[in-house]
Design a protein around this ligand. Structure first.
Ligand SMILES: Nc1ncnc2c1ncn2[C@@H]1O[C@H](COP(=O)(O)OP(=O)(O)OP(=O)(O)O)[C@@H](O)[C@H]1O
Length: 604
């Protein structure tokens, strides 16, 4: 049976995971079985004792003392049960939080390609929602319910054996009815599993809308483009579908529980009526009847609880199977220690070579980079040029090891990328990305991050044109950025943020400088200064400069022209102007615009 395997696997996984930090968790079962059996025995014995005492004209004082002693013992035992259950539930919850933290750590350590892989990310959302994100998820209920289920089952067996000794058909009836209840619950489980999968997909979608709606960066667009209404609509629609599914699940649950309860009532009628008949016929003493009556009452409650617990358990186990699809991946990620067999160490990058590199994104069949080969040497300044979507950013992401070629090789100093540890490999690069990743920290921390450098922070502020901007701020380099963590934090303008990104890259001082549209937000003066100092910035380095302002590419030694993922041409600006019609066309369209602008200004 599929769910049986799933259940054992989930329990095995849980015990293995908790064994290190919470080794006592497994003793919950024997402890709870023991306490439950004692409670069951004493609880069943009390009415029998009362009936027996009444029938044998027992001395009242002795009777009262015995009752007081029993009740005191019961009270203490129940108190003890409450204490150890609270303690072990706390352990279980701590473990759930530990898993939640592990998910975050795994995400941070995973490679960039996985972080943009939609399949892995939707798996992550489903895993959290069903496994560990909140109370009543898989991890929250698996072990507590297993413990209750186990002590319930042992108690059921104990009652079955005792009652079997008195009358064989009584436990048989209970077994038949319980089996029918289980079959009903299995149907419930299968159907609920399907509904839960649909609900996970909705949850993923809702998370996206909520994230966007509350995202500070999107705040201006949402207000000025009147997007509030459409966000509400989308969230409402998502919630409506969610509510329908949840309602379906709830109704199904109630219906199944109604059947289980009906069977229980039927069971009581089948069992009790013949017993009462036997007492009236004098074939059963009142004491034995009371014992059977109490035991069967307990049995009824226990089977009902166990049926419910069983359904919760298979539910929790299915949730954990789903959660593990991502959690096992997290384990792999966290276990990888970024060690490679070879102990190659590169002191300085002399050459970078692409050998027939191709790449397609994880969710796409189509190749974004096609069969690209080139070699770049230390000191060379390269411009990557091409239309929007040609593949320039993808190419430099491959270069920096953020993406891995789907075929072909990338070599540094003739050593293949996979022969070097990723930590060493990524230390070669100082990138400025198109997106300004401003952190909630001081300007200084935003520039230095965790790097040590041969350059001073003053040097890089000057080279990146940031110095005068910083000097105007009251706390200078100690000014906090963004208001996420500090109320007096400031927001930089787009151009200032871009300068901070450039200062960050220069401070890291890697052997390869990668500038992806570094001047897009700069004012004309800052841009012009950057061009003038470009040669000095990239001296003794390899540099890749991506820009749509083709005039800027004249400052580089070699232009690589990318078209639809292919490196179609390379050479100096003059050479490409002569040999490449696409490049010439791009350049002419742009320079014509500038000439017209100049002409217009001239005539004013
Ligand atoms: N995560 C992704 N998954 C699937 N396709 C992607 C992903 N990122 C980019 N692409 C696709 O890859 C192609 C190349 O994108 P890339 O960002 O490399 O182009 P680009 O030359 O840098 O463009 P631009 O000049 O506009 O910055 C585009 O068609 C883009 O849609």
């Amino acid at each position: 049976m599929m769910f049986k395997n799933e259940l054992f696997q989930s329990l095995g996984w849980y015990l293995k995971k908790t064994n290190k930090d919470y080794p006592t968790i497994k003793y919950w079962i024997p402890l709870d079985i023991l306490v439950s059996l004692i409670l069951l025995g004493v609880n069943s014995a009390i009415p029998v004792f009362v009936v027996w005492a009444l029938q044998s004209q027992f001395n009242f004082n002795g009777y009262a003392s015995a009752m007081f002693g029993i009740c005191l013992g019961l009270g203490l035992l129940s108190w003890f049960k409450g204490i150890y259950q609270t303690f072990l539930e706390w352990q279980n919850r701590s473990f759930r939080v530990q898993i939640l933290v592990r998910d975050g750590l795994g995400f941070l350590k995973s490679n960039y390609e996985d972080s943009i892989n939609p399949t892995i990310q939707s798996q992550r959302a489903a895993s959290g929602e069903r496994g560990y994100m909140s109370d009543n998820t898989g991890i929250d209920s698996l072990w507590p319910v297993t413990v209750k289920m186990m002590s319930g089952l042992v108690s059921i067996i104990a009652i079955a054996i005792t009652t079997f000794l008195i009358s064989w058909w009584v436990p048989l009836t209970v077994v038949v009815v319980t089996t029918i209840s289980l079959v009903i619950l299995m149907y419930l489980y299968r159907y609920q599993k399907k509904l839960k999968e649909q609900r996970s997909a909705l949850m993923h979608e809702r998370n996206y809308y909520s994230k966007q709606a509350f995202d500070l960066e999107a705040g201006k667009d949402i207000r000025l483009y009147h997007l509030r209404g459409s966000y509400h609509q989308k969230i409402d629609e998502n919630h409506r579908r969610w509510a329908i599914l949840t309602e379906k699940m709830r109704r199904l649950f109630f219906k199944s529980m109604a059947w289980v309860s009906f069977l229980n009532i039927l069971q009581l009628a089948i069992v009790y009526l013949p017993l009462v008949f036997l007492v009236t016929q004098g074939q059963l003493t009142l004491t034995v009847f009371t014992l059977l009556f109490t035991l069967l009452g307990n049995l009824n409650t226990l089977t009902k609880d166990s049926s419910r617990n069983f359904s919760l358990l298979i539910d929790a186990s299915a949730d954990i199977v789903e959660a593990r699809k991502y959690l096992d991946y997290v384990d792999d990620v966290l276990d990888q220690d970024d060690q490679v067999d070879s102990d190659e160490v590169i002191e300085e990058v002399q050459t970078i070579t692409f050998e027939q590199v191709s790449y397609h994104y994880p969710n796409s069949e189509q190749e974004t980079i096609k069969d690209v080969s080139f070699t770049v040497k230390k000191g060379e300044a390269i411009a990557l040029v091409g239309m929007n979507g040609a593949g320039k950013t993808t190419l430099v992401s491959l270069l920096m090891g953020l993406l891995k070629p789907t075929s072909g090789r990338i070599l540094v100093n003739d050593i293949a990328q996979n022969q070097l540890s990723m930590k060493q490999y990524q230390s070669f690069f100082s990138p400025v990305f198109q997106e300004n990743a401003v952190m909630a920290a001081t300007i200084q921390t935003n520039i230095t991050l965790n790097n040590t450098s041969d350059l001073t922070i003053d040097d890089v502020c000057e080279q990146s044109e940031l110095k005068s901007d910083v000097e105007r701020l009251p706390k200078h380099l100690q000014t906090h950025l963004t208001q996420y963590l500090e109320d007096d934090g400031i927001n930089l303008s787009g151009g200032q943020a871009q300068k901070v990104m450039l200062a960050r890259a220069l401070y890291k001082n890697g052997d390869v400088l990668i500038l992806d549209e570094p001047t897009a937000a700069l004012d004309a003066i800052a841009e012009s200064h950057l061009y003038q100092s470009y040669h000095q910035l990239v001296q003794h380095k390899i540099s890749f400069f991506i820009s749509h302002r083709l005039a800027s590419t004249k400052f580089t030694d070699r232009i690589m022209f990318v078209k639809q993922g292919r490196l179609v041409d390379e050479g100096t600006h003059e050479k490409l102007m002569q040999t490449n019609a696409d490049y010439r066309h791009l350049y002419n369209v742009q320079s014509q615009y500038y000439q017209e602008e100049e002409g217009n200004h001239g005539s004013i």
